[in-house]
Design a protein around this ligand. Structure first.
Ligand code: FAD
Ligand code: NAP
Length: 246
């Protein structure tokens, strides 16, 4: 169940948002899946899930995390230095993957708050979404511009894929050039997200993945339900696939 992963590199995006690159031999995974990291804290095994950010073909693992005040594991993860070790699950799991989407829809909409951009970065690092969808729209919501992890990589992807990639940023606690200054559901209700993307969400044209803050997922899913989109289930294909982070 557990093996040791070694920290081989880290990126500090700001004083509490960080990326760890890990060396570990886990079973092959699919972009969008998560692993579990674990430590014994005060004699108890604490286990938490983290989405993989690296492409499945990379020879290292990568996770993006935020240190949550009063959290049990995340402050310890932030304290890990290169050379330190952490327990990791031997295989990844999760169903928020492109393989789980039905073969319908022209555009792929990816909605994330905070660290939940990670699994979408992993997908965008593979060929699969670019070959399958006419457009990818990444809607990425953070509090402050300094919380926009992987921003430079996103700009590079935009330069590489041009009009195929639409980047819609939501920065809620300050003004940021080109970004919305409201939460994702507010931007959806106002039509601002679709305006910025230059595309309309519909059951016929769209597949939607939503990841991160549970309240954002709940509100946005209800908005999409009103527009005729329904949850994607194996037994009943739909358009909405979600992963809640807590
Ligand atoms: C499937 C899945 C994938 C996940 N992937 C990631 C990931 O890639 N990166 C990551 O940082 N976390 C991720 N999480 C959350 C992660 O498992 C931990 O909950 C988080 O790191 C906090 O752990 P903790 O023990 O410090 O605090 P916890 O006791 O687990 O959480 C305390 C509180 O912190 C808040 N919180 C938890 N996670 C986050 C977060 N990511 N961003 C903002 N607030 C949060 C919530 O209010 C939560 O109730 C994922 C969770 C799930 C279920
Ligand atoms: N002390 C600090 O300076 C500081 C700073 C950042 C993070 N943190 C820590 O990091 C954690 C939060 O991480 P985070 O900022 O990455 O994640 P977050 O709190 O989930 O915020 C990410 C984005 O989601 C939005 N959001 C929050 N609630 C929502 C809702 N109900 N519906 C729709 N959107 C919603 C936020 O908007 P709003 O801005 O409107 O909430 C923000 O734009 C906290 O638990 C805290 O421990 C601390």
């Amino acid at each position: 169940m557990w093996q040791e992963a070694k920290v081989i590199a880290r990126i500090d995006w700001n004083h509490q948002l960080f990326t760890l690159k890990l060396s570990a031999n886990i079973a092959p995974f699919i972009a969008g899946q998560f692993i579990k990291l674990s430590q014994h804290i005060d004699g108890k095994r604490i286990v938490r899930a983290y989405s993989l950010v690296n492409a499945p073909s990379d020879d290292y693992l990568e996770v993006l995390a935020v240190s949550v005040e009063e959290g049990q594991l995340s402050p310890n993860l932030q304290a890990l230095q290169v050379g330190d070790s952490i327990d990791i699950s031997t295989k990844a799991s999760g169903f928020m993957t492109l393989d789980e989407l039905p073969q319908q829809g022209r555009d792929l909409w990816l909605f994330a708050t905070g660290t939940a951009v990670g699994p979408f970065i992993s997908m965008m690092r593979t060929e699969q979404p670019w070959q399958r969808f006419e457009h990818l729209v990444l809607v990425y919501g953070v509090r402050l511009a300094a919380d926009l992890a992987y921003y430079q990589e996103l700009l590079a992807l935009k330069a590489q894929y041009g009009d195929q990639l639409k980047l819609v940023l939501s920065v809620t606690r300050e003004q940021f050039d080109g970004a919305m200054n409201c939460r994702i559901p507010t931007g959806m209700a106002a039509g601002e997200i679709e305006d910025k993307a230059g595309l309309t969400i519909s059951p016929e044209s769209s597949q939607v993945m939503i990841c991160g803050h549970p309240e954002m997922i709940k509100t946005l899913s209800a908005q999409l339900n009103e527009r005729g989109l329904v949850k994607n289930l194996r037994r009943a294909p739909g358009q909405i696939t979600v992963e809640k982070y807590w």
